[in-house]
Unconditional design. Structure first.
Length: 106
């Protein structure tokens, strides 16, 4: 499995310039309690690789998986790669890193 760790600054820059689509795989209640602005919710518990593939295809930005701390995003990446999706990047620190750094949340 290929895994590329991205740090907060890389994710922040990609969101700012519109090149990155952050896909948050935390559960819906976690996402609703606070998330990275501009991210989209795609919970791991009902992870659908076909729906994810369609989201990535229609959006066109570089997909980056994210979760609370980087564990579930790697799990989601494994599922996606087994389904044939070319997803290899995730936000290593996830929402906990973002929030603890004092970044804005939605």
């Amino acid at each position: 499995m290929k895994v590329v760790d991205l740090d907060r600054e890389t994710v922040k820059q990609g969101l700012a310039d519109g090149s990155i689509l952050v896909i948050d795989v935390r559960e819906s209640h976690e996402y609703e309690a606070g998330h990275i602005p501009g991210s989209v919710s795609h919970p791991l518990s009902d992870f659908d690789p076909a729906a994810l593939a369609e989201l990535v295809r229609t959006d066109g930005r570089r997909p980056v998986l994210s979760c609370a701390a980087g564990v579930r995003s790697v799990q989601a990446m494994a599922v996606a790669q087994r389904a044939g999706l070319d997803l290899s990047e995730h936000y290593r620190g996830g929402f906990k890193d973002w929030y603890s750094a004092g970044e804005d949340i939605a």
